[in-house]
Design a protein around this ligand. Structure first.
Ligand SMILES: Cc1ncc(COP(=O)(O)O)c(C=O)c1O
Length: 362
């Protein structure tokens, strides 16, 4: 049975990934020393591919870490002296705030009701907050924050650092990296790769802030502190033995997505998202959790079935379509459908199977 994973992460592999892994094995990539010129070249080439795809400014750093959760922790540790303010639209926004609480920082939160988004243009950020933490797309609730609103927030609060979780939206989200200080993701979502690599894209200001904190005697960590990451990066290295295979595959997939065309990718994914939203909007029992279309995620769609979701999930699974369960306490009543680049061209099949097992006019 050919399975398509619409689970939000790990998700369906991007179709070119198996081929890239095979090539990497043939080339001996996993055995490359992370202190060699070959690795420095690989770091540079994956970095260049990401810069090109995501329009990362030349003076921004690209650092490889273990996961997105690690990125959250490192950002708090290196960029927050006392106080971070968190925009929370679901469980992953809370996770970010939890990292700050774990370091004993003062945490303030603006939280949307579950399934609602936030209108950043009307928000007041506490003056003592040094950093604003934003989950641009919350995978638990299927809500997202308009990337253009993040740019406007940066313009309103130019002195505050802005950290943005783009785990389940990149590369679909058209985020202006230059209006962020740290943007971060892991590779098992939009890049359609096996899990095990996180990426932090950091502004020069984020690195400077870490250096100031360090000079003040605030512990900023050791091997993955921003200054350590930057020093290694300058040599084309990582502080530790990294996931070389994943760094190789990430560069290859980033080039594939660029070759496909980001504009085309975004247009096609937007229309797939619309089709899935429309299915639920026209359904007599089902609905999209995020009622406000402006706050609906296009990359992780959370549907409410009006009853237990298990029979629908099981029926589709038996036919090779894997849907995500709801998040946390909504496990049994929601479904989550990923709409990543790996899902291009698969929505029609998904919707026709939904119509068989969860018909619009039951
Ligand atoms: C929005 C968001 N942020 C962070 C994470 C954590 O990512 P990781 O498991 O790679 O640390 C996830 C994982 O699902 C996520 O969806």
């Amino acid at each position: 049975l050919n399975t398509i994973n619409f689970t939000p992460g790990p998700s369906q592999l991007y179709p070119t990934v198996p081929g890239h892994i095979t090539t990497a094995l043939e080339l001996g990539v996993p055995s490359i020393s992370h202190r060699s010129a070959d690795f420095a070249e690989l770091y540079a080439s994956t970095g260049a591919a990401l810069r090109d795809l995501l329009t990362i400014p030349p003076d921004y750093h690209i650092w490889f870490v273990g996961s997105a959760t690690e990125a959250m922790e490192r950002i708090i540790q290196n960029n927050v002296r006392n106080h971070s303010h968190h925009l929370v639209t679901g469980a992953f926004g809370h996770k970010f705030a939890d990292q700050a609480l774990g370091f004993g920082r003062l945490v303030s939160i603006t939280e949307a009701p579950w399934g609602d988004g936030l209108d950043l243009d009307v928000l007041d950020i506490p003056s003592s907050a040094e950093l604003i933490a934003i989950t641009q797309n919350d995978t638990s609730s299927g809500t997202s924050i308009d990337p253009a609103a993040i740019r406007r927030l940066h313009q309103r609060y130019p002195d505050k650092l802005i950290a943005v979780d783009i785990v389940s939206s990149t590369p679909y989200a058209d985020l202006d990296i230059a209006s962020t200080d740290c943007a971060f993701f892991s590779v098992q979502k939009g890049f359609g790769m096996p899990a095990g690599l996180g990426v932090i894209i950091a502004s020069p200001r984020a690195l400077q802030r870490a250096e100031v904190l360090k000079a003040e005697g605030i512990p900023i960590g050791a091997f993955h502190s921003f200054p350590e990451l930057a020093q290694s990066e300058a040599k084309g290295q990582t502080p530790e033995t990294p996931n070389v295979l994943a760094i190789y595959v990430l560069g290859a997939v980033a080039r594939d997505l660029a070759a496909y065309g980001l504009t085309r990718l975004r247009t096609e994914l937007a229309s797939q998202a619309q089709a899935i939203h429309a299915y639920f909007d026209q359904h007599s029992n089902g609905s999209i959790l995020a009622t406000n279309p402006d706050h609906r995620s296009h990359t992780v769609i959370v549907g409410q079935l009006g009853a237990s979701s298990a029979p629908v999930i099981d029926a589709l699974s038996a036919r090779g379509i894997k849907l995500g369960k709801g998040y946390g306490k909504h496990k049994d009543t929601h479904i989550r459908i990923a709409n990543f680049p790996a899902h291009l061209g698969h929505t029609d099949q998904l919707l026709s199977m939904l119509e068989e097992h969860f018909p619009q006019n039951a």
